[in-house]
Design a protein around this ligand. Structure first.
Ligand code: SAH
Length: 238
């Protein structure tokens, strides 16, 4: 089996020769699933210190430690775009979290709207999905996943420096497009926003309604396609 690019997110600081502990789950994965040994290489990132080539320096079934050796990629800034999405049924929420992470979202904010059909979310599970997606797609950071907020609570504390693009399928708005400024996309639930919700959101100075095209997209499609449009820009040249 190739010892190629096992890439793991850890929370410890990364610096040359500084021992960095992994989690118990990572010890199990490396020892029992990937059958790795002390001395084998891994790639590590922590969202702050770039990506590092490291060696496994200690490995048991429950404990793993790494020794970072060389930095393979410097930490580069990531687009500052959020996805605020009406909570969907479990598998669709999982899909949105995974795809939004791959696309480069900085923060995922689940929203409870009047027509939201799900009322419970397991944040730890969503965070694990986001970490796995970030490891796979070679991001240098993982998105923040916030606890759900009702739509009024979200708007009551909306940051004044962040523009909010509200996805509205009523075909009267312009297509969403990339902006370099801090931004967010808000997507409604399977049943859409109520008129009252849209009117109330419109009163906020930082809000613009946007279209995602001429078809009525399912909420998970709208979240993924909308983010792709919002984030579509040339990556910074390393
Ligand atoms: N009201 C829709 C159902 C909502 S679609 C219907 O008639 O069936 C779910 C969410 O996806 C919407 O709340 C909206 O935020 C987004 N959406 C779907 N298609 C869209 C489009 N073409 N443009 C903008 N947003 C869209």
């Amino acid at each position: 089996m190739s010892t190629s690019s096992i890439r793991l997110f850890i929370t410890a600081p990364l610096a040359h020769g500084l021992p960095a502990p992994g989690s118990e789950a990572q010890a199990h994965y490396l020892a029992n699933v990937m059958r790795r040994s002390v001395g084998d290489p891994v790639l590590l990132f922590n969202g702050q210190d770039g990506e590092w080539h490291a060696a496994i320096s200690e490995l048991t079934r429950k404990k793993v430690s790494f020794t970072p050796l060389t930095q393979t990629r410097p930490q580069t800034p990531e687009p500052d775009s959020w996805l605020c999405f009406a909570l969907l049924k479990r598998t669709k929420t999982d899909l949105v979290v995974e795809k939004a992470t791959e696309l480069g979202v900085a923060c995922l904010q689940p929203v409870i709207t009047l027509r939201t059909q799900a009322d419970h979310v397991n944040l730890e599970r969503l965070r694990a999905i986001a970490i796995e997606a970030a490891e796979q797609c070679e991001r240098l950071a993982i998105p923040t996943i916030m606890a759900p907020l009702t739509l009024p609570a979200l708007m009551a504390k909306w940051p004044e420096n962040r523009h909010l693009f509200v996805a509205d399928e009523r075909r009267t708005a312009r297509l969403v497009r990339h902006t370099a400024a801090p931004s967010a996309l808000l997507v409604g639930p399977e049943g859409g926003f109520t008129d009252a919700e849209l009117v109330s959101i419109d009163t906020h100075p930082q809000v613009t309604r946007v279209s995602l095209g001429a078809h009525i997209l399912r909420a998970e499609t709208a979240a993924i396609a909308g983010l792709a449009l919002l984030l579509a820009t040339d990556p910074p040249q390393e």
